[in-house]
Design a protein around this ligand. Sequence first.
Ligand SMILES: [Zn+2]
Length: 328
Amino acid sequence: MDTLKAATLPWLAGPIERLRDAGAADRLPHSLLILAAPGLGAAELAAWAGGYVLCEAADRAARPCGACAACALLGADSHPDWHAVRVEPEAQQIKVDQVRDLIERLVQKSYRGGYKVGLIEGAEALNVNGANAFLKTLEEPTARTLLMLTAARSHRLPATVASRCLKLALRAPERESALAWLRASSGEPDGWEVPLALAGGAPLRAVELRRTGVGELDAEMRRALADLAAGTLDLTLLAERWVRSDPAPRVAWLENWVTTRIFAGIGGDGESQTAEPVRLPRGARGPKMTSMYALLDAVRDCRRLATTGVSPQLALEALLLRVRSLSS
Ligand SMILES: [Zn+2]
């Protein structure tokens, strides 16, 4: 893992400073809940925070240093006091056994005589039993242990779990500063507007989208919608095709498409997108707008399902059915 990357992402400067100050005052929280849309750097921030407590550099202000033995182990993903769980491939939830195993490892002594870190990535995939099992650990924290959970802002974690953590909600940077960062960090001065919009304002997601080819995606999606509306493209087949390749950017494209239409419908501009669910005024009425809002909800549900590993075929089919009825 890369413990240093978060410090290069300007929109994480606030949360990092907050943790650094807490560390300098010996008041680090026992548990952190990092809430963020995909592509805002939740994993990077968790890696930084883990690096901060595990790094063995003498100067605390320089942690994580990236150079000491502990940082080298983290860099090689083999630090013995770093314990992380996430939903396994093909699974829909984080299994309660994974959580129990994590707890088990956290009660043991630190291998390197320092901190221990326990991370649950994508904690919205915890089921009730898993959350309850972890709750006990949150309630009775052992000394020099940092517990972290990352989740989407729309998470449905039990309040008992969320309330015991210091919440760090990551916000998308302003569009202009996101663009400035994308240009500077990539050395590519042009062509970031579309990927950033498709990414809902999340810069790391924009980088990913650009790598996978946004122009092609845009053309493909417009063609698919036209064919769908004309009835020349089978919906099940299209959903299958998306599942086989990568549904996430296509669902993001759809969200962007719907949002732009809603904005146009209420006379706003389509530029005010952020990574947050856009709070659209409910003022605009009429059956078409109501369907658009319903479609937007469906797209967002679909995006959440994708991140929790639920089989997306049926969700995508239901979504495409709505799209077809609106665009025909
Ligand atoms: Zn270090």
